[in-house]
Design a protein around this ligand. Structure first.
Ligand code: FAD
Ligand code: NAP
Length: 335
């Protein structure tokens, strides 16, 4: 385990930003992580933890140490007639893990198929898609604190999970490296098909098995979302705003067609629709364009992190001017 200086990050982020890390290391074990933390402290380096790089915006130069955890085992911890509990290393690629669970007849993650990234990043923003959030299957999250390399385990109810949020983005933001996640999955299928594209397919083809549902999710996503390897992007660039009922009613008065999803005492509005109504689908801000099929996705055509941030700031300000809604950026900035 040796820190590498001036390490290129171009291939390690899905926005394909041509960035350089002051130092980089890929840790294969917890011992490697401890050694890397000690060395960073000795060199007075700030540590940034990187997974698959699918939810980050890189500056031209990322200061300090970029630390990746590469261990990727999966261990069956316990099993009964109904459930299994698995302990999965943070470096396991997320979609491969979903396919692995389905191949074993362990269910609950099928709606989260084809989300890029790693198992370790999944709890960070409580990844979600098609009405399912990863928190529903998480038992606990283990890792180390970056300030002293001490280990921790937080039970699911201690992780402050909410819509695309967790303590790892809030109170513990930038302070931990997650090394493993424990999942409880069901042996009995219980498919969730409330989202329109899945519901439509179920009406035409019948209620799917979890494996088939995963295939449907993959095909819907492929038809709508750009592949980062071809059109570099970080998925949804903004979170869907959740506004109070009174704010929603005011907006709906002006825009009666606005799609909306009621929550407890609040309403979720699709940020993609808000951006689309500004006529921005397919629009370019220099090297960064709004994807032509999904206005929530920004595609980087060779721009820098600054170009991406500038495009995002312009979109935010136009949304604010038109609807008086403050969009919140989803990808984290590494600088
Ligand atoms: P990174 O981008 O490397 O890191 C993201 C954040 O997590 C950073 O703050 C980083 O420091 C932190 N982090 C990463 N690993 C660790 C670790 N081991 N310990 C501590 N902190 C860590 N997200 C969804 O929720 N739902 C979707 O449907 C979805 N679809 C997407 C589609 C596309 C095409 C793309 C490009 C992205 C999509 N995303 C989606 C966003 C992204 O895939 C997820 O947020 C994913 O969990 C990020 O994983 P990663 O390993 O790439 O994390
Ligand atoms: P979509 O189906 O066009 O829907 C637009 C938005 O409306 C979604 O973001 C979704 O919110 C919301 N929505 C749709 N149907 C809903 C329902 N029945 N109940 C509550 N909310 C509903 O979205 P899409 O872009 O194709 O994405 C499909 C799914 O993949 C979504 O869940 C989305 O979050 C997820 N996704 C996430 C990312 C990311 O980077 N975070 C990228 C691509 C796709 P939610 O986002 O709250 O589900």
């Amino acid at each position: 385990m040796k820190l590498q200086a001036q390490f290129p990050l171009l291939g390690l982020n899905t926005l394909a930003i041509d960035s350089v890390a002051e130092y980089f290391v890929s840790a294969e074990s917890i011992e490697d992580v401890t050694a890397a933390i000690n060395e960073a402290q000795a060199k007075n380096l700030d540590i940034k933890v990187l997974g698959g790089g699918s939810n980050v915006v890189m500056a031209d130069c990322v200061s300090g140490l970029v630390l990746k955890y590469a261990a990727n085992d999966c261990e069956l911890i316990s099993e009964d007639n109904e459930f299994v509990t698995l302990r999965v290393d943070a470096g396991f690629e997320w979609h491969s893990f979903v396919l692995y669970t389905l191949a074993h007849g362990w269910y609950g993650l099928e709606n989260l198929s084809y989300i890029p990234g790693t198992v370790g990043a999944a709890p960070v923003q409580n990844i979600g898609a098609y009405g399912v959030e990863v928190k529903d299957s998480i038992v606990s999250v283990s890792g180390v604190y970056l300030e002293n390399a001490e280990s921790f385990t937080l039970m699911s109810d201690q992780c402050d999970f909410s819509y695309r949020e967790s303590c790892f983005k809030q109170a513990l933001n930038g302070k931990t490296l997650i090394t493993a996640v424990e999942f409880k999955l069901s042996k009995k299928p219980n498919v969730k098909i409330s989202y329109a594209p899945l519901n439509k397919m179920a009406q035409e083809l019948g209620v799917p098995s979890p494996q088939l549902l995963s295939d449907w999710v993959v095909s819907v996503r492929k038809s709508k979302l750009p592949e980062p390897s071809k059109l570099p992007n970080a998925g949804s660039f903004f979170k869907n705003p959740v506004v109070s009922i009174s704010v929603f009613e005011k907006i709906q008065g002006e825009y009666p067609d606005i799609p909306n999803y009621p929550q407890t005492n609040a309403v979720k509005l699709p940020a993609g629709w808000l951006i689309d109504q500004l006529g921005l689908k397919g629009h370019s801000f220099g090297p960064v364009s709004v994807h032509k099929k999904q206005a929530l996705v920004l595609v980087n055509n060779g721009g820098s992190g600054k170009d991406v941030e500038a495009a995002a700031a312009e979109i935010k300000s136009r949304v604010k001017a038109k609807y008086n809604i403050e969009l919140e950026q989803e990808p984290r900035v590494f600088c």
